[in-house]
Design a protein around this ligand. Structure first.
Ligand SMILES: [Zn+2]
Length: 107
């Protein structure tokens, strides 16, 4: 049972990280979840157990590293209000600053 809880936490993390980067949270959640289920269905012997977690970790790595900084050429989203904004916009449609501009101002 512990594995299911870890999986849910991992999928929620992937989804929220994808949304922070202006990607589709649902898409990456589905890719990670379906891949996990595929390996889960393949059996529970040692190597397959490792493979299904490698898959989840791989999807997380993809969300984290393959897609660059969302401020460069990608639409972005403030996690708080969830509105999508154009790549060049310095402020959100709701009037708040870009999260990274805000972080820089607070630093
Ligand atoms: Zn906003």
């Amino acid at each position: 049972m512990a594995e299911i809880i870890i999986l849910i936490v991992a999928l929620a993390g992937i989804s929220s990280r994808a949304r922070q980067r202006g990607l589709s949270g649902t898409k990456y959640l589905a890719v990670a979840g379906l891949g996990y289920l595929f390996f889960f269905a393949a059996g529970s012997s040692g190597p397959v157990f490792v493979l299904r977690w490698l898959w989840v970790a791989g999807v997380f790595a993809m969300v984290e590293w393959i897609h660059g900084d969302p401020t460069i050429g990608e639409s972005w989203q403030r996690p708080e209000c969830r509105m999508y904004n154009e790549p060049g916009d310095a402020a959100c449609l709701c009037g708040h600053q870009h999260p990274e501009a805000q972080n820089a101002a607070e630093a």
